[in-house]
Design a protein around this ligand. Structure first.
Ligand SMILES: CC(C)(COP(=O)(O)OP(=O)(O)OC[C@H]1O[C@@H](n2cnc3c(N)ncnc32)[C@H](O)[C@@H]1OP(=O)(O)O)[C@@H](O)C(=O)NCCC(=O)NCCS
Length: 217
């Protein structure tokens, strides 16, 4: 599937995008908080997690439609097995990390901890994988999200195509990504990526599985 030429424009992310993508993150992944009315906590989870992804992604690609940001791809690069920091986002990330940590210290349950820091735990797994020097651990697609009303129009494929180009320009030949059973992981099978690992250790009876995919850039 290819996008309609002219329907979308592409650029790097800027600070003004944070709340837009935090809102999208919140819509996609914080149901357990929103369902019980914890909207403020859900938005904090969105803002912290988006800033965390930006902080570890020197390459960010935003798609806009009609002047509004509607999709995002964040790409990390590893130097000697360590994720390179995006300095433009570092202060925002540190600030939101402090807010998220303080919120949990005030009192919070497993759901709040999961929504705030579940992705951070997943990144720690990615970093342990990268530290082994695996051939795929040169770059990582950290995040790929499209507004629901713009899904199915070729944007996911287009953002990945642009991410691959940027990964090659950064001097990397291979990359990996992590996704899970609560995300649209079938997409990566559909586009022909190779599943290189899966982890059932966080399955608490709900079938939760983390999948790792790898590919040539
Ligand atoms: C998964 C996601 C990135 C796909 O983006 P998209 O713009 O909807 O996908 P595209 O329109 O580019 O589709 C490209 C191809 O993948 C297929 N596809 C899209 N989503 C799919 C899914 N969930 N499962 C299987 N195939 C899928 C399309 O049918 C299309 O196939 P074709 O080229 O053979 O016609 C998007 O749906 C999304 O943001 N989902 C929510 C966030 C998420 O789960 N992100 C990924 C996991 S971290």
């Amino acid at each position: 599937m290819t996008i309609n030429p002219g329907e979308f424009t592409f650029r790097a992310a800027c600070h003004e995008d944070l709340d837009e993508f935090a809102d999208l993150y919140c819509t996609l992944w914080t149901n357990s908080l929103r369902n019980r009315g914890d909207f403020e906590d859900a938005m904090l989870a969105g803002r912290y997690n988006i800033s965390m992804q930006f902080n570890r992604s020197p390459i960010t690609i935003v798609a806009e439609a009609g002047g509004k940001p509607i999709a995002l791809c964040c790409v990390g690069v590893f130097d000697d097995g360590k994720p390179r920091v995006n300095e433009y986002w570092h202060e925002r990330y540190e600030d939101l990390l402090a807010q998220a940590t303080a919120r949990l210290e005030q009192g919070g349950d497993e759901r709040l901890a999961g929504c705030l820091f579940g992705d951070t735990r997943e990144k720690a797994t990615a970093d342990r994988f990268a530290a082994t020097g695996n051939e795929f651990a040169q770059a990582q697609i950290n995040l790929l999200i499209i507004r629901p009303e713009f899904q199915g129009k070729g944007l996911g494929g287009e953002l990945l195509r642009r991410a691959r180009t940027a990964i090659r320009e950064a001097g990397c030949t291979k990359f990996f990504l992590m996704t899970d059973s609560e995300s649209d992981w079938h997409f990566y099978d559909h586009i022909g990526m190779t599943r290189i690992a899966e982890d059932h250790s966080q399955d608490t009876g709900d079938g939760f599985t983390v999948y790792m995919y790898g590919d040539e850039a």
